[in-house]
Design a protein around this ligand. Structure first.
Ligand code: DQA
Length: 150
């Protein structure tokens, strides 16, 4: 039976492909979702892919993942740099968490250099473009020991 992995996306990522393509590329979030499902299937993972512009909704999804999903891949977008509430919610999750940023936040403005979420993440993938999501799923598969990912 497949294990479930939640792939959670924060604010403005619904505009991926249209928003600052010189930074985030031309792939849309629907392209990323399709990629995650394809890569996930190969790793024996069932993907729950979600995006919200609302902090509380992301927190509710993290709570909902507890005891039910094997891991979380999260791109908290701007909430990365502001949200103690998302950090606290992730502290209540038992499985591995991989944080993803499409752009290399360390090459950008100073305020993007600090992440609240990194304090709880098993790993962080930064600046690998949208490919970072597939890399994160591979890492989750290794950490939870699915046959295909081990
Ligand atoms: C981002 C980087 C954040 O600083 C920014 O606010 C985003 C996207 C990334 O994927 O590179 O919205 O998380």
């Amino acid at each position: 039976m497949s294990q479930i992995v939640a792939v959670l996306n924060g604010p403005n990522l619904n505009l991926l492909g249209k928003r600052q393509p010189e930074i985030y590329g031309r792939e849309t979030l629907a392209d990323v979702e399709a990629d995650c499902r394809r890569v996930g299937a190969g790793l024996g993972l069932e993907i729950e892919f979600r995006q919200s512009n609302r902090e509380y909704e992301i927190i509710d999804w993290i709570h909902d993942a507890r005891g039910r999903t094997a891991g979380i891949v999260i791109n908290p977008a701007a909430f990365t740099h502001t949200s103690v509430a998302i950090l606290d919610a992730l502290h209540a999750f038992e499985g591995p968490i991989i944080e993803v940023h499409i752009s290399n936040v360390h090459k950008r403005e100073e305020f993007r250099h600090h992440s609240y979420v990194s304090a709880v993440a098993s790993g962080v993938i930064v600046g690998c473009g949208t490919q970072g999501y597939a890399l994160a799923l591979q890492r989750i598969a290794t950490l939870i020991g699915t046959k295909e990912g081990a």
